[in-house]
Design a protein around this ligand. Structure first.
Ligand code: SIN
Ligand code: CO
Length: 410
């Protein structure tokens, strides 16, 4: 994605070294947010109310052409959906789709949605970089949709904060903050039963609409259109709870003593009603559960590990002919290193979390936060790291696993 002068307004030079280049610093006004600074946007709009931004990215180019998107949708490891609304009937199919399985662009009322485009294409990943004024821990993915004239997914709501960026053609959006979020029965997709739009706009290339979770919306293509959705997930309380308890149980199993504690009932008398659930059994289970304990550090470990876990379809490609450590270091000193677009690297004050694994920050404290924030280290900075054999051995391991590569994105 070419860098445009409009992305670096006055004051941009003050950006801290840790920020990725494409992302506006918290206190720098940016066209991406309609002239607000990220700090103002987060305060006034994030999770609070919708914002329409005309020409958020002027002269935007779609990260992928229509044919490239169709090619992606033909791949086994890409999550794609085809939604049609032919003869007023909604239908949903899951990919992969060979090009001849898709309706022609001249056929009206269909849309192809490709999830996680950032995992498969560096240009799509580069677009996401602009949105890193919100924490990576909240970032989910970049979805790209292609729609023929009249195409859309019907009025619905999401559990996501989403930036809907128009990258090609026009789309008419209608939105409403209705309370009634009941859905139509018997449909293969979530369509609101009673959509009550309050506002309406036609978005053109470069325009963007921010929506917090649960705002009802409907986007209908006016001619062929492509939209990029940058999604930030808001896990539900029940998902957080079940994932945490699962993590806690697994962690218990990992720490496992040789003789795990078992449910015991040596005082269980013989029964005349074998099907009856013994109240004493329930009491004993309650006693076991009441002893479950965790600390804030456990919660941090869970959150970091869980949120840095790659999606199920992610497979890292190790380099075909990996350089040995000395050659890797020589190359990195020349060209720098970059996190693979699929890599998720988070950190807190004690640990870092790399693709689902927690490690102590300790000596990595000196360099890892900058790598995680910028997602790259240039050759010049790498020279300093290259003197520490523990660091180069670690980074070489990551390189062999396909988590980082040499070179820095332009
Ligand atoms: C689309 O891009 O077609 C739909 C995006 C959305 O409504 O969330
Ligand atoms: Co939506």
């Amino acid at each position: 994605m070419p860098k445009r002068s409009t992305d670096h307004p006055v004051g941009a030079r003050k950006r801290r070294a840790s920020l990725p280049l494409a992302c506006p610093a918290p206190d720098v006004a940016t066209p991406l947010l309609g002239g607000l600074t990220p700090a103002q946007f987060m305060r006034k709009y994030w999770q609070k109310k919708p914002l329409l931004i005309r020409q958020a990215i002027p002269d935007i180019e779609a990260p992928l052409s229509r044919d490239e998107l169709f090619e992606l949708a033909d791949s086994d490891d890409v999550e794609s959906r085809l939604i049609t609304h032919f003869r007023r009937r909604w239908a949903l199919e899951h990919g992969p789709f060979s090009p001849d399985e898709l309706p022609t662009p001249k056929t009206r009322n269909w849309t192809l949605l490709v999830q996680g485009a950032d995992l498969h294409d560096d240009r799509a990943r580069a677009l996401l970089e602009r949105f890193r004024f919100a924490p990576d821990a909240r970032l989910d993915d970049l979805m790209i949709s292609y729609a023929s004239d009249g195409g859309g997914v019907g009025p619905h709501f999401d559990s996501y904060d989403v930036f809907l960026l128009q990258v090609h053609g026009k789309r008419r959006w209608r939105i409403g903050a209705q309370r009634d979020l009941s859905l139509k029965d018997g449909l293969p997709l979530k369509v609101l039963a009673n959509f009550e739009p309050e506002e309406e706009w036609v978005l053109e290339p470069g325009d963007m609409l921010y929506l917090p979770p649960h705002i009802a919306h409907d986007g209908i293509a006016e001619g062929e259109c492509m939209t990029c959705s940058v999604g930030f997930r808001s896990p539900s309380t029940s998902e957080l709870t079940s994932q945490f308890l699962y993590w806690l149980a697994e962690r218990g199993a990992d720490h496992g003593e040789r003789k795990p504690a078992l449910y015991r009932d040596p005082d269980q008398p013989a029964v005349a009603h074998p099907a009856q659930l013994p109240p004493a059994l329930v009491e004993r289970v309650a006693g076991v559960l009441a002893k479950v304990r965790w600390t804030d550090a456990d919660v941090a470990s869970f959150v970091g590990s869980w949120l840095s876990e790659p999606k199920a379809n992610v497979v890292f490609d190790a380099p075909e002919k990996p350089l040995d450590e000395a050659r890797f270091v020589a190359q990195a000193v020349k060209d720098g290193i970059t996190l693979d677009r699929r890599t998720i690297l988070l950190y807190d004050s004690r640990s870092y979390y790399l693709n689902g694994e927690q490690c102590l920050l300790k000596e990595a404290r000196k360099w890892l936060p900058a790598l995680a924030d910028r997602r790259s280290i240039d050759g010049k900075r790498f020279v300093t790291l290259s003197h520490d054999s523990c660091v180069t051995a670690l980074l070489h391991e990551w390189y062999r696993a396909g988590w980082i590569r040499t070179g820095v994105l332009a």
